[in-house]
Design a protein around this ligand. Structure first.
Ligand code: SAM
Length: 438
């Protein structure tokens, strides 16, 4: 039996029991089992949905599991069956339970009783229906309903209030947009849109910027438009960080944390005689930056170097760069819709530790900026400590820098830009622009 649910179960066993990354584990299983496109889509939905709603699903199953689950496949199978039961409206309960029973038979050791156990628990789940904690404990209620750890719900409530928190949680559980950036000049956008239509894509313009479109489906990497570098896959919010610079074209630019290179190529597109040096601490990731530069025909303007951005003073000269981008490593809370497991992996401690690394990177590169030069600091997170907190600490230590209000895309001019995961599917993001006096 090789079908969508076998692939989903194999993947979830690796993710939950062996701590594998979901995208890598799923990809390996999809390669092993040659599924039809519809089955591929179903397996993907079950895997990501089950991970996304793990806390909610465990809460539903907890009152029904009365014995120790000995076989290692049992918990992943129960979770994915419960996910389908609650979230896949078009699949009848009987079909979900039959498939679960078949998988239980296949995976059970003989006489282990696992098959009967699965059947019993899932039938009991049907009788029980959805359960939620009382709404008077808002943290517990939202944690279960939207499947986020309690510390994170509490953190969001403290910083953004009840309405914004609910919005962030709900939107983080919605699918990410299939977002592309048109890399050409604005006058060619219409031509690109026509070509996309010919390739059977429909789209809407991003609510954040005219150079990004949200496509109705994936698969754009197979098109000539992508292969020729006229479009690239990039989140709309992320693309705004580079737009915050005021380019002349002749600048020397440092991209301090560059892989996989989405912003490096965008910087290079803005340069004529200038060039960009792209750093990353992981040498193997720099290959992705070089590939992106080649596809977008900007290789002549991009040099890569493996380096810890906290050690840049040892390699570059004071005042060597006119512009510096620090798109920092961060907790990724703005990316939860793309990487659902982030919510279970990060802690408040991680946020605090990352803030120290971010400040150390800013500290290291600050001396390399020429007087009058621009420094853009960005993250794909929404935590205060990593965003405004880092910028404010940096400014306290560096009175030679000033904060410059930012106007990017369709957004109003702001002191610092915070984008929450948005209704049209963009990631959460933060952008601040600093200028070195002189
Ligand atoms: C948010 S990602 C950058 C995304 C990239 N700017 C883009 O637009 O495609 C952060 C990157 O920083 C790298 N990184 C982490 N710690 C670093 C350090 N100390 N020095 C340089 N790069 C680092 C990570 O390997 C990761 O590729």
């Amino acid at each position: 039996m090789s079908n969508a649910r076998t692939v989903a179960l194999e993947t979830l066993i690796k993710v939950f029991n062996q701590k594998s990354y979901s995208n890598i584990a799923l990809n390996n299983e999809l390669i092993k089992h040659d599924l039809k496109p519809a089955d591929k889509a179903l397996a993907t939905r079950i895997v990501y949905g089950t991970i996304q709603y793990k806390i909610f699903l465990e809460y539903q199953l907890k009152p029904l599991i009365k014995t120790k689950l000995r076989d290692s496949f049992l918990k992943p199978l129960l979770l994915m069956s419960a996910y389908q039961y609650f979230f896949l409206e078009k699949v009848p309960a009987n079909a979900i339970f039959d498939e679960a029973n078949k998988l239980a038979k296949k995976y059970s050791k003989r006489n282990s009783g696992s098959y009967k156990l699965i059947n019993g628990i899932l039938r009991a789940l049907e009788r029980q229906g959805e359960i939620l904690p009382p709404t008077n404990d808002l943290v517990e209620y939202l944690s279960i309903k939207e499947s986020f750890p309690k510390w994170l719900v509490e953190y969001l409530l403290d910083h953004f209030g009840e309405n914004k928190t609910k919005e962030i949680l709900v939107r983080s559980n919605q699918p990410a947009a299939n977002s592309i950036r048109m890399t050409t000049k604005e006058s060619d956008f219409e031509e690109i849109k026509e070509e996309l239509k010919k390739d059977n894509f429909s789209f809407e313009e991003s609510s954040l910027t005219p150079h990004n479109l949200n496509l109705n489906k994936g698969g754009v990497a197979q098109t000539a438009l992508f292969k020729n570098g006229k479009i690239t896959i990039q989140d709309a919010a992320a693309s705004l960080a580079v737009d915050a610079f005021d380019f002349k074209g002749s600048e020397q630019v440092l991209d301090a944390c560059s892989a996989p290179g989405g912003k490096t190529v965008q910087i290079a597109e803005n340069l004529t005689t200038g060039s960009v040096i792209a750093l990353d601490i992981h040498e193997n990731k720099l290959r992705l930056v070089r590939n992106a530069a080649e596809r977008l025909h900007v290789s002549d303007k991009v040099k890569t170097k493996a380096l810890d951005a906290r050690k840049t003073k040892e390699y570059f000269n004071q005042g060597q760069f006119d512009k510096i981008l620090v798109d920092a490593p961060c907790s990724g809370l703005g990316l939860i819709r793309r990487k659902p497991e982030i919510r279970y992996e990060k802690s408040l401690n991680d946020i605090k530790n990352l803030a120290k690394i971010q400040l150390a990177i800013l500290e290291s590169v600050s001396g390399l900026l020429a007087n009058g030069g621009e420094l853009v600091y960005s993250t794909c997170t929404i935590s205060y400590e990593e965003d405004e907190g880092v910028v404010k600490q940096f400014l306290k230590l560096h009175p030679d820098f000033e904060l410059i209000p930012v106007q990017v895309g369709k957004l109003p001019k702001q002191e610092m830009v915070r984008i929450f995961p948005s209704s049209d599917g963009s990631d959460g993001f933060f952008i601040a622009k600093l200028k070195k006096r002189g």
